[in-house]
Design a binder for this molecule. Structure first.
Ligand SMILES: NC(=O)c1ccc[n+]([C@@H]2O[C@H](COP(=O)([O-])OP(=O)(O)OC[C@H]3O[C@@H](n4cnc5c(N)ncnc54)[C@H](OP(=O)(O)O)[C@@H]3O)[C@@H](O)[C@H]2O)c1
Length: 249
């Protein structure tokens, strides 16, 4: 049983990771601004990490501009790693995204690359876990452009993974040995993002007209196989259909 901190503990994956760790009997320190710990300012961070052996970073940034995303995730990661070093943390696990090195123009991906660089060049022993898009990703993306019952969405080819599967894998890895760059982590089946969004809205009994388009947040550089997992990926069990049938949340 280990004392483990989850950074981003109020978030989608962070809260599921807290649950997975607590179910396995570990004591979990929750890090987020809602828990009065701010990773950008560093407020209360040293107190939060006292006695912690491992940290899993599931934080996120809302920035849509590349400079802002790199600055936000970069500052947050620098502060977290420096505090971990002071607290003699033995293992830092970063949740990242499959394919970010294959796409130049996405602001969030630039921020994630900066996080990966800082973790890999830092002195806290680490594991980076690249995951594919989550099962709820399509509906989230459609929500970004929704206006008067209509949303644009790019027909991305993805191999989505269930949020609970991601959380279980993070909980397993953070309690084990450091792995460096871990294999890609993905769900069992490729999907088309427009079809996923349509089926998610249907399962949630919500009406939305979806317009397939490359003119929104995701451009043509994200077409083709760029977001698919590499050979040797770890394939998680929960299918998109099973996730829909379980309530699509
Ligand atoms: N969505 C996908 O399909 C997908 C696929 C692969 C990987 N990922 C990656 O998965 C990660 C987690 O995504 P998610 O959807 O679970 O995120 P989320 O729900 O937006 O949660 C983000 C968490 O970060 C915390 N946070 C943000 N800024 C903070 C700060 N300054 N100090 C302390 N805590 C802060 C938030 O808490 P407070 O607001 O309370 O501070 C929240 O707990 C992201 O890095 C994303 O890139 C996503």
């Amino acid at each position: 049983m280990m004392p483990i901190a989850v950074a981003g503990a109020t978030g989608h994956i962070g809260s599921l990771t807290v649950t997975a760790l607590e179910e396995a009997g570990h004591s979990v320190v929750r890090i987020s601004r809602a828990h009065a710990v701010d990773l950008v300012t560093g407020d209360r961070l040293d107190d939060a990490l006292a006695g912690v052996e491992a940290v899993v970073d599931t934080t996120n940034a809302n920035a849509t501009d590349t400079h802002e995303a790199v600055a936000y995730l970069g500052t947050l990661t620098r502060n977290l790693l420096a505090a971990e070093q002071r607290a003699a943390v033995r293992h830092h696990v970063l949740l990242s995204i499959v394919g970010i090195d294959r796409v130049d123009g996405n602001a969030h991906y630039a921020g994630k690359r900066e996080q990966e660089r800082l973790v890999a060049e830092g002195s806290v022993p680490w594991t980076i876990v690249p995951a594919t898009q989550f099962h709820d990703f399509a509906a989230m993306v459609a929500g970004w452009s929704e206006h008067d019952g209509v949303a644009n969405i790019a027909p991305l080819l993805v191999q989505p993974i269930a949020p609970t599967d991601v959380a279980r894998i993070l909980a397993e890895l953070v309690t084990g040995e450091t792995r460096g760059r871990y294999v890609d982590v993905a769900g069992p089946e490729p999907q088309d993002l427009v079809d996923m969004a349509r089926r998610t809205y249907h399962a949630r009994r919500q009406d939305l007209k979806l317009v397939p388009s490359w003119n929104g947040t995701f451009g043509l550089e994200m077409a083709g196989n760029v977001l698919l997992p590499s050979e040797g990926a770890r394939i998680a069990p929960t299918t998109f259909d099973e996730w829909l049938a379980a309530g699509a949340r």
